[in-house]
Design a protein around this ligand. Structure first.
Ligand SMILES: Cc1cc2nc3c(=O)[nH]c(=O)nc-3n(C[C@H](O)[C@H](O)[C@H](O)COP(=O)(O)OP(=O)(O)OC[C@H]3O[C@@H](n4cnc5c(N)ncnc54)[C@H](O)[C@@H]3O)c2cc1C
Length: 405
């Protein structure tokens, strides 16, 4: 039986970064991914700011396009925050994960593509993992000291098949990667465009992101507070995506390069289990994703980096100090994510179309490009709240003045 110090299950940004970090530390790590190629589940839009490139030393070769402007299209009007320099990137999600897997190998780790995690059992102090190879009918067993659950929304390793998981809100998204005319591409090439409000989005938001020349990513996401009827939802988000392509982009002739999509499962109040019985969770498997914007890649990679430090300690000392990992992560995100939960619930489910438009109009009038990016991506709410309080204060004073005179 093959033996590894650590087995990371799931080759997404969280698993890839964890395996890369562990391999760098000289740990005998195996990264396992159920798809044979990352092209087969290329589901993420992968839009982000510039910060993660530096933070994780990511190469130019995985960047699809840079963006400068941020645009929010509501039902009536479009609101633009102009950037005079590059403010972020849209990554090629396939290339990002290939890069992380390649780095794992470069630093001496191992990667099994096309192997699906089936089950685990603890024998003495080791974990025996059963994997099924996609292209063969037989199953294999491997031995390890610790398993990392990086299977994303499914949390396949932390919880056995029928085990109860914390209550989750669910988001699901559809995205079409399309090749358009040069004219259409040039209009959208430098911007991250989001749709809010009831005309172009349903209980969520939609988007147009640029990729390499003449390629755009167009998609729609929907949140579900209760259960998910995957088929029905996919139909809705597909419909909105197609409506944006035909009625908004007005693309008469375009080529579909790929249709993909995925789900997000997020535990309200962050009630996830971070460590249990030699399994440690990272990325979407511990709701690292931000609930308002659905930005998850950067946070998935951050949990991977943080977790790898505690994994190294565990291997050296045998000390299962994973509470500390959870504590540090929650200290960093809990307050911000709660505010995000609150604002997502209002924006996507409670606000009328007019309220959404008013809110975006207010932000457009009062926030500079850097301030809006800070609030949407870096959760620096201070300025936002300050402005909102000032705004309410001015309105209140105006109200009292009117009453007096
Ligand atoms: C439609 C959509 C658009 C998005 N857009 C953005 C965006 O613009 N920017 C952003 O930052 N985030 C975005 N996100 C979120 C982001 O993609 C996720 O937060 C991020 O991918 C989470 O990383 P992860 O590694 O935790 O999980 P995942 O990326 O889900 O990776 C989990 C991996 O585990 C593998 N796996 C699952 N089960 C098994 C098994 N049994 N055996 C072996 N392998 C298994 C899966 O195949 C997968 O490769 C988007 C998400 C969706 C659904």
């Amino acid at each position: 039986m093959d033996t590894f110090d650590v087995v990371v299950v799931g080759g997404g940004p969280a698993g890839g970064q964890t395996a890369r970090e562990l391999a760098k530390k000289g740990i005998n790590v195996l990264l396992v991914e159920k798809y044979e190629s990352f092209a087969l589940n290329n589901f993420s839009s992968a839009g982000m700011t510039l910060a993660p490139l530096k933070e994780f030393d990511l190469p130019e070769s995985i960047i699809g396009a840079y963006w400068k402007d941020l645009v929010i299209q509501c039902t009536k009007k479009s609101y633009c925050w102009k950037g005079n320099s590059n403010k972020g990137v849209v990554l090629n999600f396939q290339k990002l994960r290939e890069f992380l897997a390649d780095e794992t190998i470069k630093y001496g780790g191992n990667v099994f593509m096309g192997y699906k995690y089936i089950s685990k059992k603890i024998v003495n102090d080791d974990v025996i993992i059963k994997l099924a190879a996609n292209n063969k009918s037989q199953e294999i067993e491997i031995k390890t000291k610790l398993v990392v659950d990086a299977t994303g929304p499914l949390r396949k390793v932390m919880y056995d098949e029928n085990e109860q998981q914390p209550e989750m809100i669910i988001g699901s998204g559809t995205e079409y990667e399309i090749e358009v005319s040069q004219e259409i591409y040039d209009e959208y090439k430098d911007k991250l465009l989001f749709f809010l409000g009831h005309k172009w989005a349903i209980k969520g938001y939609s988007w147009i992101f640029p990729m390499e020349n003449r390629i755009l990513k167009v998609g729609a996401g929907k949140t579900h507070l209760t259960s998910l009827n995957q088929e029905k939802t996919d139909k809705t988000t597909r419909k909105i995506t197609e409506k944006i392509i035909s009625e908004y982009l007005k693309a008469k002739e375009y080529k579909i390069i790929d249709k993909h999509g995925g789900i997000v499962r997020y535990s309200m109040g962050l009630k996830d289990v971070f460590y249990k019985n030699k399994v440690i969770g990272v990325g979407d498997a511990v709701s690292a994703i931000n609930p308002r914007g659905g930005e998850g890649i950067r946070y998935a990679m951050q949990t991977g980096e943080l977790a790898s430090k505690y994994i190294e300690q565990y291997l050296k000392t045998g000390n299962e100090n994973f509470d500390e990992y959870q504590k540090i992560w929650l200290k960093k995100t809990r307050k911000k994510w709660k505010l995000s939960e609150y604002s997502a619930a209002r924006m996507y489910s409670k606000y009328s179309d007019a309220q959404v438009e008013n809110r975006v109009h207010f932000m457009n009038k009062n926030f500079t490009t850097d301030q809006i990016i800070d609030s949407l991506f870096n959760f620096k709410y201070d300025k936002v709240f300050l402005r909102a309080i000032q705004y309410s204060w001015v309105k209140l004073q105006y109200f009292f003045k009117k009453e007096k005179f």
